[in-house]
Design a protein around this ligand. Structure first.
Ligand code: PLP
Length: 455
């Protein structure tokens, strides 16, 4: 990811929508054609508030694989969230920002041995497992770890399923617990994941009930079971708010039934897409186009080539089964629509975002907007063919900036080691882009954090 002085936080006087921000940037930077993300960090903050309001008993641990943007991690760390990390690299990334080890769950049931050792070195105690080999590996590398047994769920209604790869069934779970007891290991709780893009609240309810059954067995074996981890899978796109509150209601009710609030159980979750999906809007530029006539039907296919594709931000089309919707900035509903296809910028035929879609006619240089592009996009993107994918540009109102700016100031830890993670002073911002960007002015800031203002 390109983070650094190319990705300033742009502070605006008033609050703006991503669309307004994108429009403004395009107007101000005529001739600029690189793809970019408009990142609305206030949206991430609002998601957090909504989570705490609707599921007050469940402490969110953001799954950073979903989008490891350092400013998202900084903001969520500041707001008090925990983190779900799956590797040494993710643990390091979060801890380098000053997050303490007890706010991290190492939620990968199949870990490389050296990563387990690393978790021990840095004090990340809580980790998941779902098989006997892993149990024995942990016994060797980190016998005092606090183990969380991941059970399988019915994820048949999820967009991305995990059950074929992870999770012990009920019978295996019992056997694993006995094994752990015989080996003097410490199981503290149960976890599950209902699949990413889960489409029913029933999956959560059933899984919570199964977790209760397994926890009871653990208690019988003498374990101090004090952690329930209900995983991720919560929807995050704009328009899924009602569906999220429906899940929250079902989860709360199931928790009330099976885990009444008696202060003995800590309940956590591992939301990924919930937090970031709607905060990222991608702007791409039409860099080429051609018309192909179907030899059989005689129909014309308007082919558009844009400057981000399935190797970049649109890898979600392949990996996350996402169908992104193109949105035109000055769309006139009365415009005639034509059969079109939208292609990425690389030389691979696979690099296709839409093979057939009805759209008004576009010209080279036109911009296409893509909303809800924050989940499973930049975290898995590469610069195949030497073509960079969209860079994040963070925008927020001055009012919001004033309430969260401490999140983006260097942490004590990084200061002590004098190794700033993302830190650049206001003067560093005066690169060509921003100078061209009048009336975008540099904030007169004596702080370390870079900000730009738009009047
Ligand atoms: C991917 C993943 C998540 C996040 O899932 P979302 O659907 O993005 O909420 C959480 N926990 C684990 C273990 C994961 O693998």
């Amino acid at each position: 990811m390109h983070i650094g002085k190319d990705n300033p936080i742009i502070v605006t006087k008033a609050q703006h929508t991503a669309e307004e921000f994108i429009q403004k940037k395009i107007e101000l930077l005529v001739g600029e054609e690189e793809p970019f993300f408009a990142v609305d960090l206030e949206d991430v903050c609002n998601k957090h508030i909504r989570w705490l309001t609707l599921m007050p008993r469940v402490i969110p641990h953001y799954a950073i694989k979903c989008n490891d943007d350092i400013n998202v991690i900084k903001l969520l760390a500041y707001l008090g969230a925990g983190f779900d990390c799956a590797s040494k690299g993710e643990i390091k990334k979060v801890m380098d920002l000053g997050v303490s080890a007890d706010r991290i769950i190492f939620a990968n049931p199949c870990k490389q041995s050296s990563y387990i050792r690393y978790a021990q070195e840095v004090g990340v105690e809580t980790m998941t497992f779902d098989n006997e080999q892993e149990l024995m590996k942990i016994k060797k590398m980190y016998p005092n770890a606090k183990l969380v047994l991941r059970i399988v769920t019915d994820d048949s209604n999820a967009v991305c399923r995990f059950s074929m790869k992870f999770g012990a069934d009920m019978n295996t779970a019992r056997i694993l617990m006995e094994k752990a007891r015989d080996n003097g290991l410490d199981i503290v709780g149960v976890s599950f994941h209902c699949g990413s893009g889960q489409m029913t609240s029933k999956a959560f309810v059933d899984a919570i009930q199964n977790a209760r059954t397994i926890m009871n067995y653990g208690i019988k074996l003498g374990f101090n079971m004090n952690l329930l981890d209900i995983g991720g899978g919560f929807p995050g796109n704009t328009g899924t708010e009602n569906y999220f509150s429906e899940i929250a209601t079902a989860v709360n009710r199931a928790l009330e039934e099976h885990f009444p609030n008696d202060g003995t159980i800590r309940i956590i979750a591992e939301p990924g897409r919930y937090y970031v999906a709607s905060a990222y809007s991608l702007a791409t530029n039409v860099i080429a186009s051609r018309e192909m006539i179907d030899a059989e039907t005689g129909d014309i296919n308007h082919m558009y080539y844009i400057n981000d594709g399935v190797y970049g931000s649109f890898n979600c089309v392949l990996y996350d089964h996402y169908v992104p919707e193109p949105y035109l900035l000055d769309n006139n509903e009365s415009n005639e629509k034509f059969t079109s296809s939208i292609w990425g910028p690389t030389c691979d035929g696979l690099d296709c975002i839409h093979s057939s879609i009805k759209m008004p006619k576009l010209n080279i240089g036109d911009w296409i907007l893509w909303k809800n592009m924050g989940a499973y996009t930049i975290s898995a993107a590469v610069e195949f063919n030497g073509i960079p994918f969209g860079k994040p540009l963070y925008f927020m109102s001055r009012q919001f900036w004033n309430s969260v700016k401490a999140a983006f100031q260097p942490t004590r830890k990084t200061r002590r080691h004098n190794k700033p993670s993302i830190r650049f002073t206001a003067t560093d911002c005066s690169n060509e882009i921003e100078e061209d960007m009048l009336p975008w002015l540099l904030e007169d800031s004596s702080e370390d954090t870079p900000i730009l203002t738009i009047q």
